[in-house]
Design a protein around this ligand. Structure first.
Ligand code: HEM
Length: 247
């Protein structure tokens, strides 16, 4: 199943080649294949439940348990992208930032207590999710000034996380990657805000903190080794395809 998730994500991601163009036919057939695999697995877990999320979803007794497999496909697609590409992207982009800022990396190696603030700074500086999108339910001004543009009901509104994380009124020094920020430095919006705030933020933070603490301990002399190659980003998710290093 892990291999199927990986090939599904690769087909959906639109990063083949350098232009980010997605092969729509391949993406559609990957979706059909993935949903088929989810269905098979759900049936197997219904027959023989195990200690896993899928078993809980098809058999459990809590709220939302016993979901129809069609709904589960959508949820697992969401998790395959939301919980996978994002954290993978953050790990590569964050490592690259630290390699590009050797003084900051040296500080992390000297004092691993800096890992959490390094993780927050990499998420701010190079957010894996570039924007969120909302649809206006009613006519609504975008801002408080009298000159603010007005979104009409039904308009799609794109909210740039990358730009918000460098808003000069909030982050006066926002174009610098600095892992030790003064107390009171505002937090980024890389996990979104409000009702749809990332459900996996705590897990992602745990994974990234564990990863960078382990690299600092086990490979303190890590260096870039050659060409990073074309980015793997599309307009929505930013990540790297390769990050060659020597340890
Ligand atoms: C560094 C890693 C991650 C980043 C940068 C990230 C970013 C985001 C952002 C910006 C949103 C808000 C989308 C919106 O407002 O429309 C979001 C929502 C969400 N994320 Fe994450 N995410 C990460 C990791 C994860 C992980 C590990 C999981 C699950 C295991 C996850 C599951 C979700 C889900 C289910 C939502 C939808 C929440 C809702 O609509 O109520 N994310 N994420």
């Amino acid at each position: 199943m892990t291999g199927r998730v990986r090939s599904f994500v690769a087909a959906m991601d639109g990063s083949k080649g350098s232009g980010g163009d997605r092969d729509e036919a391949a993406a559609a057939s990957a979706t059909v294949e993935f949903l088929g695999a989810v269905h098979e697995l759900a049936m197997a877990r219904k027959r023989e439940p195990g200690p896993d999320l899928m078993s809980a979803m098809v058999t459990g007794s809590g709220e939302g348990a016993g979901l129809a497999t069609e709904r589960m496909g959508g949820i697992l697609i969401q998790l395959a992208i939301a919980g996978n590409e994002t954290t993978r992207g953050a790990a590569g982009l964050g490592m690259r930032l630290l390699l590009d800022h050797p003084d900051e990396w040296a500080a992390v190696v000297r004092d691993p207590a800096l890992v959490p603030s390094a993780v927050e700074e990499m998420l701010r500086f190079r957010p894996p999710v570039q924007y969120t999108r909302r649809t206006a339910a009613v006519d609504a001004p975008l801002g408080t000034g009298s000159e603010s543009p007005v979104a009409a009901a039904g308009d799609a509104i794109y909210l740039s996380i990358a730009a918000a994380n460098r808003d000069p009124e909030v982050f006066p020094d926002g174009d610098r990657f600095v892992i030790e920020r003064p107390a009171g430095w505002r937090t980024h919006v890389s996990f979104g805000v409000g009702a749809h705030f990332c459900l996996g933020a705590a897990l992602a933070r745990l994974e990234l903190n564990s990863l960078f603490a382990a690299v600092a301990e086990l490979a303190p002399r890590i260096r870039l080794a050659g060409n990073i190659g074309p980015g793997k980003s599309n307009q929505f998710i930013d990540s790297l395809s390769h990050l060659p290093v020597t340890l």
